[in-house]
Write a protein that binds this ligand. Structure first.
Ligand code: HEM
Length: 88
């Protein structure tokens, strides 16, 4: 359940910017997008543009009608919170 999910900062997300370990944040939720890469209709390269970053703006520019809450539910790892790092 949601109560077991962690809180992450942008610094945390920055560490996950490779194909094998790609995280992004969309509208305050943090996702591990690695399992979704091969399914993205727009391809791996475009999806990797938001890896390691807050992808909200680019995602909303390209397809604001796509429901990430629903689609990426199983990929959600936590919530984005302000601040530099959750482990310092
Ligand atoms: C298409 C999901 C991120 C570029 C799509 C579609 C889905 C999707 C469901 C099909 C939409 C439709 O046909 O109505 C996602 C999810 C993302 C993501 C869940 C983030 C986790 C991105 C990003 C970009 C991008 C960051 C660009 C930098 C595209 C493009 C298409 C597309 C160009 C159209 C592909 C085509 O129809 O040929 N995406 N997307 N997507 N996406 Fe994404």
């Amino acid at each position: 359940g949601v109560s077991q999910l962690s809180r992450y900062t942008l610094d945390d997300i920055k560490r996950h910017n490779t194909l094998a370990d790609a995280w992004t944040a969309i509208q305050g939720k943090v996702y591990n997008i690695t399992p979704y890469l091969k399914f993205h209709p727009g391809g791996v390269k475009d999806l990797m543009r938001i890896a390691g970053k807050d992808g909200t703006r680019l995602f909303m520019l390209t397809h604001s009608w796509v429901n990430t809450d629903f689609m990426l539910d199983a990929c959600m790892v936590g919530f984005l919170v302000p601040g530099r790092s959750s482990d310092d």
